[in-house]
Design a protein around this ligand. Structure first.
Ligand SMILES: CC(C)(COP(=O)(O)OP(=O)(O)OC[C@H]1O[C@@H](n2cnc3c(N)ncnc32)[C@H](O)[C@@H]1OP(=O)(O)O)[C@@H](O)C(=O)NCCC(=O)NCCS
Length: 150
């Protein structure tokens, strides 16, 4: 992902989530040097993106998103596998992420990829009413080979 991709990425983010990142969030993330990718289909249209921050030996999945019109076709799993493989390649030993407690779809994706629930961050996210908890999930990258047989 480069600054030139942000308009397209933002459109996907806004169409896929109720509380989207802003353009500034994406710009700041790129400026900070976080790893960021866009994924395209055969006609070169962006259909997904992901961002990862490395902190010492941990890889933090900051955002992952698939364009709504192509969700449910396996792209989320492919993108997640890609970022997990990347994180191992940069010698991270643990991958962590936060997910809304209501986002069962994403949680299912992570559980299937071998992530475990580590803890709950109370009232972490803004919500339509009040605040919503985040579930902190983690994947031991040393054990990943046990979960990628599929
Ligand atoms: C979460 C997200 C990335 C999944 O991408 P996707 O391309 O739809 O997912 P896939 O087609 O690869 O499906 C992978 C797994 O996700 C889960 N999943 C996908 N669609 C689902 C649905 N409608 N209901 C429940 N689980 C679902 C399933 O576990 C599925 O595996 P299975 O098909 O073997 O059952 C996508 O829904 C998305 O971008 N959501 C909005 C942004 C978001 O919530 N990001 C995560 C923030 S933590």
């Amino acid at each position: 992902m480069t600054q030139q991709d942000i308009a397209e990425v933002l459109a996907i983010e806004k169409s896929a989530t109720s509380f989207p990142w802003s353009a500034k969030n994406f710009k700041d993330s790129l400026k900070a040097g976080h790893q960021a990718w866009v994924f395209s289909d055969k006609s070169n249209e962006t259909i997904a993106f992901a961002l990862v921050q490395k902190v010492v030996d941990e890889a933090h999945l900051l955002n992952i998103c698939v364009k709504p019109s192509v969700q449910g076709q396996g792209f989320g799993r492919k993108v997640l596998n890609y970022v997990v493989d990347f994180s191992r390649s940069i010698s991270a030993v643990l991958m962590v992420l936060e997910v809304r407690s209501s986002n069962k779809r994403a949680q299912q994706l992570y559980l299937q990829a071998g992530f475990n629930e580590m803890s709950v961050r109370k009232a972490y996210y803004p919500a339509k009413v009040g605040r919503e908890d985040a579930i902190l999930m983690g994947l031991d990258l040393g054990l990943i080979s046990l979960f990628t047989e599929k």
